[in-house]
Design a protein around this ligand. Sequence first.
Ligand SMILES: [Mn+2]
Length: 310
Amino acid sequence: MNKIQVIGHKNPDTDCTLSAIIMADFLTKKWYTATAYIQWELNKETQYLLETYNISKPEIKTELDTGNEVCLVDHNEPSQAPDNLTDLNITWLIDHHKIQFESAKPLKIRIEPLCSTASILYKMYIAEWYEISSEIATMMLACIMSDSLLWKSPTTTQEDKAIASELQKIANISDLESFAMPMFEAKSDLWDMPVKDLIQYDYKNFEFGEKKIWVGTLETTNPWYGLGRKDEILIWMQDLKQEQNLDFIMLSIVDILWEINTSITLDGNDSEIISKVFQSPVENNLSNLWARLSRKKQIIPDLTEYFNSL
Ligand SMILES: [Mn+2]
């Protein structure tokens, strides 16, 4: 019997955590012995979901066992993978981000531009005629709501909406808004969080040749938890930039109710990059990036183009 370890990205969110659990269930149906892992502590949205729906928390591992197979879910960027990636035997990869992955040998890979990794997993169950339990359907729906921000994110597709309505029937969830709002509120409950953790709540690192950039996002129903602590945040961003030797750092505070992205940035070079790339002036370290809700689709592509053109 093949053992397989399923793991999401660094700094776990709802989609990568629940997709790892769902994928482990899928692989179990394929007669693997599959276990889901997370790379670090969970955010408050995912914690809320585990508690509310009685889902057991995966074990934290930053390095995986080199003797067994590995399935990566919800990421394929090497900087977001487990620390010992180069020693791992990756045999599966399921994701909805752009391809950044190189492998030494063939693997089972499935990447589609759907709003969540769980949407792809849904299609994999259907293709195999595997039963989707009410628990799995609830988890899939949670991933779809989390990543699409209740359809507000431009990553949403018609297919995601069709999948969600099938899942609603299985999970017996009639109203998506009353299902999703408590998730968003749990995620936004950040008033007591130290600034150091606040800025690292949901971030991703990217590398473009020699250039290293860091893009944080705070999706919230209450932007003032972040914006009200701007001065403290700037100090920590400066430290982080030095500590990790970054070429660029930004933190987007995304108001998911009003659909406005207000980004915090350091003085000097970073501010110039923001105003150039997003054609939006920076005043008092703040820049209005309007309805850019999706980091993947509305922030990273422009930064990629800029850094690759240097
Ligand atoms: Mn995702």
